[in-house]
Design a protein around this ligand. Structure first.
Ligand SMILES: [Cu+2]
Length: 350
C-alpha cells in the first residue's frame, strides 16, 4: 500500500515538475533558441554533451536490460551460485579509457569556447561598454562616446560588443540567455565578455549570482537595433541637456522637485553629477521601471513612494525626504517625459 502511494507521489511530483519547466521557455529568455554568438556557442556545447551522455546512457542501460532478462533466476536454480569472476584486465582498461576519451571530447571544446568568449585581443577594434552591477540594477557606460544609461543596454545587431564588467558592491553575474554567455561580475576585478546579437529585438537579461534579497528582481534588457539606429541613439543620447526645462507645466514642476528633493544627488541625467543610483537620461524610453514593472506612471509613483515594497534591500529606500502623492506624481511626469531619442525598443523589430 505504502509503495503504491509512493509511486503516485513520485508520478505527481514528476508531472508537476514537467508542467513548471514547460513554463521556462519565455520568449527572448531562453538559451535553447540562440540568437547570438555566445548563446550559439553554449547551445553547441549543450548538444555535444547531450549526445555524449545519451551514448553513455544507452551503453549502460542496454546491456543491463539484456543481462537482467537473460540471466534471471530460473526455477530450480535457487541454490545456484554463478561462477565468481574478478579482475578482467581488458574490460577494466576499456571502461577506464572510454570515459577519459569522452571527457576529453567534451572538455576541449568547452575550454576553447570559454577562452574564446573572454578573449580581449581584438577589443580595441570594436565597441566597448563598461558595465557595473549594483544591488539591484545595471549601469552601462559608453565611455568612448560619453554616453551613460542604466537597465536598457543598446547595442547594434551583427557587431561584436565588448563588455568590461565590474561590481559596485557584491558579486553579480551577467547573463542574457538568448544572445550571450554568462560571466561573473566581481567587485575586485574587471571581467570582459564579448557579445554579438544576430537579430534586432529586445532580449531579457538576468543576474545569475545570488546577490541579496532582490537578486531575482535584478532584471535588465538588451535592446538590439540596426547599426544605423545605434549611431542615431548614441548621437541623441550625447546631445541631452540636463538643464532643459520641459514645456509641460507639470513636468517642469517635477523637474524642480527632482532637484529640490535631492533625487539629483544620486540620479544623473545626461552628464549631470549623481552616480550612486541608475542614470535616468532616457528614462521615458525605458522598457521597465526598476527593471521589473511596466513603464506606467502609476507604477512609477508606487516605486517612488515605497521602493522597499517592490525591491527589498534597494539603496533608494529612506534616502530622500517624504514626498506627497502630488509631488511624486509631478516627478513621475517629468521622468516619463525624458524621451531623448526616437530609437526605441519598439523600433528594434519586436
Ligand atoms: Cu545581482
Amino acid at each position: 500500500m505504502i509503495g503504491r502511494m509512493g509511486k503516485f507521489r513520485a508520478l505527481f511530483l514528476l508531472g508537476s515538475l514537467a508542467l513548471i519547466l514547460s513554463g521556462c521557455g519565455k520568449e527572448n529568455l531562453t538559451a535553447l533558441v540562440p540568437k547570438g554568438y555566445g548563446s550559439e556557442a553554449s547551445m553547441n556545447l549543450i548538444i555535444l554533451t547531450t549526445v555524449v551522455m545519451s551514448f553513455v546512457f544507452l551503453a549502460v542501460i542496454i546491456p543491463l536490460v539484456i543481462v537482467l532478462l537473460r540471466f534471471r533466476e530460473k526455477k530450480g536454480q535457487e541454490d545456484f551460485i554463478p561462477k565468481q569472476v574478478e579482475g578482467n584486465q581488458t574490460l577494466e582498461t576499456v571502461w577506464t579509457v572510454i570515459p577519459i576519451i569522452l571527457v576529453i571530447i567534451m572538455a576541449v571544446p568547452t575550454v576553447i569556447a570559454t577562452f574564446d568568449l573572454a578573449d580581449t585581443s581584438e577589443a580595441s577594434e570594436h565597441i566597448n561598454i563598461n558595465v557595473t552591477g549594483n544591488q539591484y540594477w545595471w549601469h552601462f557606460d559608453y565611455e568612448d562616446d560619453g554616453v551613460q544609461t542604466s537597465q536598457d543596454l543598446y547595442i547594434p545587431a551583427g557587431e561584436r560588443v565588448y563588455l568590461n564588467m565590474i561590481a559596485a558592491d557584491v558579486t553579480h553575474s551577467f547573463w542574457v540567455p538568448t544572445i550571450s554567455g554568462k560571466l561573473d561580475v566581481n567587485p575586485e576585478n574587471v571581467n570582459t565578455l564579448y557579445i554579438e546579437a544576430y537579430e534586432e529585438g529586445v532580449y531579457w537579461g538576468k543576474c545569475a549570482e545570488f546577490c541579496g534579497p532582490s537578486h531575482s528582481l535584478m532584471d535588465f534588457k538588451v535592446i538590439v537595433v540596426s547599426p544605423e539606429e545605434y549611431e542615431q541613439w548614441l548621437a541623441d543620447m550625447g546631445n541631452v541637456n540636463p538643464d532643459e526645462v520641459p514645456g509641460d507645466a507639470v513636468a517642469a514642476e517635477g523637474k524642480e522637485l527632482f532637484e529640490e528633493k535631492s533625487c539629483m544627488g544620486c540620479h544623473a541625467i545626461g552628464d549631470s553629477p549623481g552616480q550612486v543610483g541608475p542614470n535616468l537620461t532616457n528614462f521615458g524610453n525605458r522598457t521597465t521601471i526598476a527593471g521589473i514593472l511596466d513603464p506606467t506612471k502609476e507604477n512609477l509613483v508606487d516605486w517612488i513612494m515605497d521602493p522597499e515594497s517592490i525591491k527589498p534591500g534597494n539603496l533608494m529606500t529612506g534616502k530622500y525626504p517624504d514626498l506627497s502623492d502630488d509631488e511624486a506624481d509631478k516627478i513621475a511626469e517629468y521622468l516619463l517625459q525624458l524621451k531623448e531619442t526616437d530609437v526605441t525598443p519598439e523600433s528594434a523589430g519586436n
